[in-house]
Ligand binder design. Sequence first.
Ligand SMILES: Cc1cc2nc3c(=O)[nH]c(=O)nc-3n(C[C@H](O)[C@H](O)[C@H](O)COP(=O)(O)OP(=O)(O)OC[C@H]3O[C@@H](n4cnc5c(N)ncnc54)[C@H](O)[C@@H]3O)c2cc1C
Length: 337
Amino acid sequence: MPYLSAYNSFNVNAYTKQVATIDTIADLSKLDVKGLTPFYVIGEGSNTLFASEEVSNLIKVNLKGIDVQQQGDGHLLTVAAGENWHTLVEQCTTNNMPGIENLALIPGSVGAAPVQNIGAYGVEFADVCRWVKWYEFASGKVHKMSKEECEFSYRESIFKQQLKGKGIIIEVGIFLSHAWQPKLHYAGLDELSIDATPVQVMEKVIEIRQSKLPDPTLIPNAGSFFKNPVVERSVYEQLVAKFGAMPNYPVDKKHIKLAAGWLIDQAGLKGYAHGNVAIHDKQALVLTNPNNGNGEELVLLAKYALEQVKDKFGISLEPEVRMVTEKGDTPYQEVLV
Ligand SMILES: Cc1cc2nc3c(=O)[nH]c(=O)nc-3n(C[C@H](O)[C@H](O)[C@H](O)COP(=O)(O)OP(=O)(O)OC[C@H]3O[C@@H](n4cnc5c(N)ncnc54)[C@H](O)[C@@H]3O)c2cc1C
Protein backbone atom coordinates (compact mmCIF):
# COMPACT_ATOMS: atom_id res chain seq x y z
CA MET A 1 0.00 0.00 0.00
CA PRO A 2 2.05 3.05 -1.16
CA TYR A 3 1.97 6.04 1.20
CA LEU A 4 2.15 9.38 -0.54
CA SER A 5 3.78 12.11 1.57
CA ALA A 6 6.70 12.23 -0.90
CA TYR A 7 4.27 12.67 -3.80
CA ASN A 8 2.80 16.03 -2.77
CA SER A 9 4.14 19.37 -1.55
CA PHE A 10 1.47 19.47 1.20
CA ASN A 11 3.23 16.42 2.67
CA VAL A 12 -0.15 14.74 3.21
CA ASN A 13 0.41 11.07 3.97
CA ALA A 14 -2.60 9.63 2.15
CA TYR A 15 -2.34 6.17 0.63
CA THR A 16 -3.31 4.51 -2.62
CA LYS A 17 -3.51 1.00 -3.98
CA GLN A 18 -1.10 1.52 -6.86
CA VAL A 19 1.32 4.00 -8.40
CA ALA A 20 2.06 3.31 -12.08
CA THR A 21 5.17 5.13 -13.32
CA ILE A 22 5.81 6.28 -16.87
CA ASP A 23 9.59 6.31 -17.32
CA THR A 24 9.72 5.83 -21.09
CA ILE A 25 7.39 6.35 -24.04
CA ALA A 26 7.16 2.55 -24.35
CA ASP A 27 5.57 2.44 -20.87
CA LEU A 28 2.53 4.30 -22.23
CA SER A 29 1.33 1.44 -24.40
CA LYS A 30 1.81 -0.97 -21.48
CA LEU A 31 -0.47 1.08 -19.20
CA ASP A 32 -3.53 -0.85 -18.05
CA VAL A 33 -5.75 2.24 -18.01
CA LYS A 34 -8.94 0.25 -17.38
CA GLY A 35 -7.38 -1.64 -14.50
CA LEU A 36 -6.05 1.58 -12.97
CA THR A 37 -9.35 3.48 -13.18
CA PRO A 38 -10.08 5.60 -11.20
CA PHE A 39 -6.66 7.25 -11.33
CA TYR A 40 -4.98 10.65 -11.11
CA VAL A 41 -2.06 11.74 -13.32
CA ILE A 42 0.62 13.30 -11.14
CA GLY A 43 3.82 15.23 -11.78
CA GLU A 44 5.50 16.55 -8.63
CA GLY A 45 2.27 17.06 -6.67
CA SER A 46 2.80 20.77 -5.99
CA ASN A 47 -0.71 21.72 -7.06
CA THR A 48 -2.42 18.70 -5.58
CA LEU A 49 -4.35 18.10 -2.38
CA PHE A 50 -4.95 14.49 -1.38
CA ALA A 51 -8.33 15.28 0.14
CA SER A 52 -9.15 11.86 1.61
CA GLU A 53 -7.18 9.24 3.54
CA GLU A 54 -7.27 6.81 0.62
CA VAL A 55 -7.00 8.24 -2.87
CA SER A 56 -7.30 6.78 -6.36
CA ASN A 57 -4.42 5.05 -8.14
CA LEU A 58 -1.74 7.40 -9.46
CA ILE A 59 0.00 7.60 -12.81
CA LYS A 60 3.34 9.29 -12.17
CA VAL A 61 5.04 10.88 -15.17
CA ASN A 62 8.85 10.63 -15.07
CA LEU A 63 9.71 11.15 -18.77
CA LYS A 64 13.06 12.94 -19.16
CA GLY A 65 14.96 14.76 -21.90
CA ILE A 66 15.60 18.25 -23.27
CA ASP A 67 16.49 19.04 -26.88
CA VAL A 68 17.42 22.54 -28.10
CA GLN A 69 17.35 23.59 -31.76
CA GLN A 70 18.15 26.95 -33.28
CA GLN A 71 15.04 27.86 -35.31
CA GLY A 72 14.49 31.12 -37.19
CA ASP A 73 14.84 34.00 -34.77
CA GLY A 74 14.98 31.92 -31.62
CA HIS A 75 15.45 28.55 -29.94
CA LEU A 76 12.92 25.74 -30.02
CA LEU A 77 13.11 23.55 -26.94
CA THR A 78 11.56 20.10 -26.84
CA VAL A 79 11.16 19.18 -23.19
CA ALA A 80 9.85 15.93 -21.71
CA ALA A 81 7.01 16.15 -19.19
CA GLY A 82 8.95 14.76 -16.23
CA GLU A 83 11.64 17.45 -16.27
CA ASN A 84 11.59 19.92 -13.38
CA TRP A 85 10.25 23.34 -14.37
CA HIS A 86 12.57 25.51 -12.27
CA THR A 87 15.68 23.59 -13.37
CA LEU A 88 14.63 24.25 -16.97
CA VAL A 89 14.22 27.97 -16.21
CA GLU A 90 17.71 28.09 -14.67
CA GLN A 91 19.29 26.22 -17.58
CA CYS A 92 17.65 28.46 -20.19
CA THR A 93 18.37 31.70 -18.35
CA THR A 94 22.03 30.96 -17.64
CA ASN A 95 22.62 29.65 -21.18
CA ASN A 96 21.51 32.79 -22.97
CA MET A 97 18.00 31.58 -23.84
CA PRO A 98 15.85 34.08 -21.95
CA GLY A 99 12.05 34.29 -21.95
CA ILE A 100 10.92 32.25 -18.95
CA GLU A 101 13.00 33.87 -16.17
CA ASN A 102 9.84 35.48 -14.66
CA LEU A 103 8.55 31.93 -14.08
CA ALA A 104 11.51 30.98 -11.86
CA LEU A 105 10.97 28.98 -8.67
CA ILE A 106 7.52 27.70 -9.62
CA PRO A 107 7.64 24.15 -8.26
CA GLY A 108 6.55 21.19 -10.32
CA SER A 109 7.06 19.38 -13.58
CA VAL A 110 7.17 20.64 -17.15
CA GLY A 111 4.22 18.39 -18.03
CA ALA A 112 1.97 20.18 -15.55
CA ALA A 113 2.91 23.66 -16.80
CA PRO A 114 0.33 23.67 -19.64
CA VAL A 115 -2.39 22.15 -17.44
CA GLN A 116 -3.06 25.31 -15.46
CA ASN A 117 -1.04 27.56 -17.79
CA ILE A 118 1.36 28.49 -15.00
CA GLY A 119 1.99 32.16 -14.61
CA ALA A 120 3.82 34.71 -12.49
CA TYR A 121 5.18 38.25 -12.73
CA GLY A 122 3.48 39.10 -16.01
CA VAL A 123 4.46 35.96 -17.95
CA GLU A 124 2.56 32.72 -18.48
CA PHE A 125 3.37 29.40 -20.08
CA ALA A 126 1.14 30.22 -23.08
CA ASP A 127 3.49 33.10 -24.00
CA VAL A 128 6.27 30.67 -24.96
CA CYS A 129 4.31 27.54 -25.86
CA ARG A 130 4.58 26.29 -29.46
CA TRP A 131 2.90 22.95 -29.02
CA VAL A 132 2.03 20.25 -26.51
CA LYS A 133 2.28 16.51 -27.24
CA TRP A 134 -0.59 14.70 -25.56
CA TYR A 135 -1.01 10.92 -25.40
CA GLU A 136 -4.64 9.87 -25.64
CA PHE A 137 -5.58 6.76 -23.63
CA ALA A 138 -8.58 5.76 -25.78
CA SER A 139 -6.77 5.72 -29.14
CA GLY A 140 -3.20 5.15 -27.94
CA LYS A 141 -2.21 8.04 -30.25
CA VAL A 142 -0.01 11.06 -29.59
CA HIS A 143 -1.57 14.37 -30.67
CA LYS A 144 0.68 17.36 -31.32
CA MET A 145 -1.58 20.21 -30.21
CA SER A 146 -0.96 23.80 -31.22
CA LYS A 147 -0.99 26.55 -28.64
CA GLU A 148 -4.46 27.58 -29.88
CA GLU A 149 -5.77 24.03 -29.49
CA CYS A 150 -4.63 24.08 -25.85
CA GLU A 151 -7.21 26.85 -25.14
CA PHE A 152 -5.05 28.61 -22.58
CA SER A 153 -6.48 31.31 -20.33
CA TYR A 154 -5.88 32.44 -16.73
CA ARG A 155 -4.91 29.21 -14.86
CA GLU A 156 -6.91 27.24 -17.41
CA SER A 157 -6.45 25.02 -20.43
CA ILE A 158 -8.25 22.27 -22.32
CA PHE A 159 -6.30 19.75 -20.18
CA LYS A 160 -8.28 20.81 -17.10
CA GLN A 161 -11.55 20.78 -19.02
CA GLN A 162 -12.55 18.52 -21.95
CA LEU A 163 -9.33 16.46 -21.87
CA LYS A 164 -9.18 15.97 -18.09
CA GLY A 165 -8.39 12.33 -17.26
CA LYS A 166 -8.31 11.33 -20.93
CA GLY A 167 -4.56 11.32 -21.50
CA ILE A 168 -1.09 12.44 -20.51
CA ILE A 169 1.06 15.35 -21.62
CA ILE A 170 4.35 13.77 -22.64
CA GLU A 171 6.33 16.66 -24.15
CA VAL A 172 6.11 20.41 -24.72
CA GLY A 173 7.61 22.67 -27.38
CA ILE A 174 8.82 26.01 -26.05
CA PHE A 175 9.96 28.80 -28.36
CA LEU A 176 12.32 31.40 -26.89
CA SER A 177 12.79 34.33 -29.23
CA HIS A 178 16.16 36.11 -29.63
CA ALA A 179 14.18 39.38 -29.53
CA TRP A 180 14.10 39.42 -25.74
CA GLN A 181 13.13 42.31 -23.53
CA PRO A 182 12.84 42.12 -19.74
CA LYS A 183 9.27 42.17 -18.39
CA LEU A 184 9.56 44.37 -15.32
CA HIS A 185 6.12 45.88 -14.79
CA TYR A 186 5.28 43.82 -11.68
CA ALA A 187 5.91 45.28 -8.22
CA GLY A 188 9.43 44.48 -7.09
CA LEU A 189 10.76 43.84 -10.58
CA ASP A 190 10.26 47.53 -11.43
CA GLU A 191 13.26 48.24 -9.15
CA LEU A 192 15.50 46.76 -11.86
CA SER A 193 16.85 48.92 -14.67
CA ILE A 194 15.61 48.30 -18.21
CA ASP A 195 19.14 47.06 -18.97
CA ALA A 196 18.72 44.19 -16.51
CA THR A 197 20.06 40.86 -17.74
CA PRO A 198 17.92 37.71 -17.78
CA VAL A 199 19.95 36.33 -14.86
CA GLN A 200 19.32 39.50 -12.84
CA VAL A 201 15.58 39.24 -13.53
CA MET A 202 15.56 35.57 -12.49
CA GLU A 203 17.49 36.32 -9.30
CA LYS A 204 15.09 39.14 -8.42
CA VAL A 205 12.06 36.92 -9.02
CA ILE A 206 13.60 34.28 -6.75
CA GLU A 207 14.37 36.88 -4.08
CA ILE A 208 10.81 38.26 -4.11
CA ARG A 209 9.23 34.81 -4.09
CA GLN A 210 11.42 33.63 -1.22
CA SER A 211 10.48 36.70 0.83
CA LYS A 212 6.73 36.11 0.32
CA LEU A 213 6.06 32.42 -0.13
CA PRO A 214 6.87 29.60 2.29
CA ASP A 215 9.36 27.03 0.99
CA PRO A 216 7.30 23.82 0.66
CA THR A 217 10.26 21.72 1.82
CA LEU A 218 10.18 23.60 5.15
CA ILE A 219 6.48 24.49 5.50
CA PRO A 220 4.45 22.16 3.29
CA ASN A 221 2.05 24.03 0.98
CA ALA A 222 0.79 24.13 -2.61
CA GLY A 223 1.28 27.82 -3.40
CA SER A 224 -1.85 29.87 -4.09
CA PHE A 225 -4.74 27.75 -2.91
CA PHE A 226 -7.45 29.84 -4.59
CA LYS A 227 -7.65 31.61 -7.95
CA ASN A 228 -8.01 35.37 -7.98
CA PRO A 229 -11.75 35.91 -8.61
CA VAL A 230 -12.84 37.86 -11.68
CA VAL A 231 -15.97 39.97 -11.08
CA GLU A 232 -18.08 42.37 -13.12
CA ARG A 233 -17.06 46.02 -12.82
CA SER A 234 -20.41 46.87 -11.18
CA VAL A 235 -19.77 44.28 -8.44
CA TYR A 236 -16.28 45.70 -7.91
CA GLU A 237 -17.71 49.22 -7.59
CA GLN A 238 -20.26 48.06 -5.00
CA LEU A 239 -17.47 46.39 -3.02
CA VAL A 240 -15.32 49.54 -3.09
CA ALA A 241 -18.30 51.64 -1.94
CA LYS A 242 -18.77 49.29 1.02
CA PHE A 243 -15.19 48.30 1.94
CA GLY A 244 -12.97 51.03 0.44
CA ALA A 245 -10.12 50.67 -2.04
CA MET A 246 -8.86 47.17 -2.73
CA PRO A 247 -6.25 45.60 -5.03
CA ASN A 248 -7.72 45.25 -8.50
CA TYR A 249 -6.47 44.28 -11.96
CA PRO A 250 -8.68 45.20 -14.93
CA VAL A 251 -9.21 42.16 -17.18
CA ASP A 252 -11.23 43.95 -19.87
CA LYS A 253 -13.74 46.82 -19.98
CA LYS A 254 -16.36 44.88 -18.03
CA HIS A 255 -14.34 42.67 -15.68
CA ILE A 256 -11.94 43.18 -12.78
CA LYS A 257 -9.69 40.60 -11.15
CA LEU A 258 -9.54 40.86 -7.35
CA ALA A 259 -6.80 39.55 -5.06
CA ALA A 260 -8.04 36.40 -3.31
CA GLY A 261 -5.25 36.73 -0.71
CA TRP A 262 -6.43 40.23 0.20
CA LEU A 263 -10.03 39.04 0.58
CA ILE A 264 -8.96 36.19 2.90
CA ASP A 265 -6.75 38.57 4.86
CA GLN A 266 -9.61 41.09 5.23
CA ALA A 267 -11.86 38.26 6.41
CA GLY A 268 -9.45 38.10 9.37
CA LEU A 269 -7.78 34.83 8.44
CA LYS A 270 -4.13 35.70 7.78
CA GLY A 271 -2.13 33.53 10.19
CA TYR A 272 -5.27 31.64 11.30
CA ALA A 273 -4.36 28.15 12.53
CA HIS A 274 -6.60 25.21 13.25
CA GLY A 275 -5.20 21.92 14.52
CA ASN A 276 -2.21 20.98 12.37
CA VAL A 277 -2.92 23.31 9.46
CA ALA A 278 -2.84 27.07 8.95
CA ILE A 279 -3.24 30.03 6.65
CA HIS A 280 0.20 31.51 6.05
CA ASP A 281 0.96 34.60 8.14
CA LYS A 282 2.69 36.45 5.27
CA GLN A 283 0.43 35.48 2.37
CA ALA A 284 -3.19 34.57 3.13
CA LEU A 285 -3.61 32.88 -0.25
CA VAL A 286 -1.37 30.03 0.90
CA LEU A 287 -2.69 27.20 3.07
CA THR A 288 0.04 25.36 4.94
CA ASN A 289 0.49 22.03 6.68
CA PRO A 290 3.25 22.69 9.24
CA ASN A 291 2.39 19.84 11.62
CA ASN A 292 1.72 16.80 9.44
CA GLY A 293 -2.01 17.35 9.16
CA ASN A 294 -4.12 15.21 6.87
CA GLY A 295 -6.13 16.06 3.78
CA GLU A 296 -9.40 16.34 5.67
CA GLU A 297 -7.95 19.09 7.89
CA LEU A 298 -6.83 21.08 4.85
CA VAL A 299 -10.24 20.58 3.25
CA LEU A 300 -11.94 21.98 6.37
CA LEU A 301 -9.58 24.97 6.44
CA ALA A 302 -10.18 25.71 2.75
CA LYS A 303 -13.92 25.42 3.30
CA TYR A 304 -13.75 27.81 6.26
CA ALA A 305 -11.79 30.42 4.24
CA LEU A 306 -14.25 30.07 1.39
CA GLU A 307 -17.25 30.58 3.71
CA GLN A 308 -15.72 33.57 5.52
CA VAL A 309 -14.97 35.36 2.24
CA LYS A 310 -18.45 34.57 0.92
CA ASP A 311 -20.07 35.88 4.14
CA LYS A 312 -18.09 39.12 4.18
CA PHE A 313 -17.81 40.00 0.48
CA GLY A 314 -20.41 37.80 -1.24
CA ILE A 315 -17.66 36.41 -3.47
CA SER A 316 -17.23 32.68 -4.15
CA LEU A 317 -13.58 31.71 -4.31
CA GLU A 318 -12.56 28.83 -6.53
CA PRO A 319 -9.60 26.61 -5.61
CA GLU A 320 -6.64 26.52 -7.96
CA VAL A 321 -5.31 23.36 -6.29
CA ARG A 322 -6.60 20.03 -7.66
CA MET A 323 -8.47 17.87 -5.14
CA VAL A 324 -7.89 14.12 -5.27
CA THR A 325 -10.13 11.55 -3.58
CA GLU A 326 -10.84 7.82 -4.10
CA LYS A 327 -12.50 8.96 -7.34
CA GLY A 328 -9.37 10.67 -8.73
CA ASP A 329 -9.42 14.40 -9.64
CA THR A 330 -12.67 15.49 -7.96
CA PRO A 331 -14.61 18.75 -8.50
CA TYR A 332 -14.05 21.02 -5.50
CA GLN A 333 -17.83 21.48 -5.17
CA GLU A 334 -18.01 17.79 -4.18
CA VAL A 335 -15.06 18.01 -1.78
CA LEU A 336 -15.65 21.31 0.01
CA VAL A 337 -19.17 20.45 1.22
C1 LIG B 1 5.36 27.38 -3.22
C2 LIG B 1 4.55 27.25 -4.48
C3 LIG B 1 4.46 28.33 -5.35
C4 LIG B 1 3.71 28.23 -6.53
N1 LIG B 1 3.66 29.30 -7.37
C5 LIG B 1 2.97 29.22 -8.52
C6 LIG B 1 2.93 30.34 -9.42
O1 LIG B 1 3.54 31.38 -9.18
N2 LIG B 1 2.20 30.22 -10.56
C7 LIG B 1 1.54 29.06 -10.87
O2 LIG B 1 0.90 29.02 -11.93
N3 LIG B 1 1.56 27.99 -10.04
C8 LIG B 1 2.25 28.04 -8.88
N4 LIG B 1 2.27 26.97 -8.02
C9 LIG B 1 1.50 25.76 -8.36
C10 LIG B 1 2.34 24.63 -9.02
O3 LIG B 1 3.69 24.86 -8.85
C11 LIG B 1 2.04 24.54 -10.52
O4 LIG B 1 0.67 24.33 -10.73
C12 LIG B 1 2.83 23.40 -11.18
O5 LIG B 1 2.67 23.46 -12.57
C13 LIG B 1 2.40 22.03 -10.67
O6 LIG B 1 3.30 21.07 -11.19
P1 LIG B 1 3.28 19.59 -10.61
O7 LIG B 1 4.11 18.74 -11.49
O8 LIG B 1 3.65 19.60 -9.19
O9 LIG B 1 1.73 19.25 -10.81
P2 LIG B 1 0.79 18.23 -10.01
O10 LIG B 1 0.39 18.84 -8.72
O11 LIG B 1 1.43 16.88 -9.97
O12 LIG B 1 -0.45 18.20 -10.99
C14 LIG B 1 -1.19 19.37 -11.23
C15 LIG B 1 -2.23 19.11 -12.34
O13 LIG B 1 -1.57 18.76 -13.55
C16 LIG B 1 -1.96 17.45 -13.98
N5 LIG B 1 -0.77 16.84 -14.57
C17 LIG B 1 0.47 16.78 -14.02
N6 LIG B 1 1.33 16.24 -14.90
C18 LIG B 1 0.61 15.93 -16.01
C19 LIG B 1 0.93 15.33 -17.26
N7 LIG B 1 2.17 14.95 -17.59
N8 LIG B 1 -0.08 15.15 -18.16
C20 LIG B 1 -1.35 15.54 -17.87
N9 LIG B 1 -1.70 16.12 -16.71
C21 LIG B 1 -0.73 16.31 -15.80
C22 LIG B 1 -2.49 16.76 -12.74
O14 LIG B 1 -3.39 15.72 -13.08
C23 LIG B 1 -3.15 17.93 -12.04
O15 LIG B 1 -4.40 18.20 -12.63
C24 LIG B 1 3.03 27.03 -6.84
C25 LIG B 1 3.13 25.93 -5.96
C26 LIG B 1 3.89 26.04 -4.79
C27 LIG B 1 4.01 24.85 -3.88
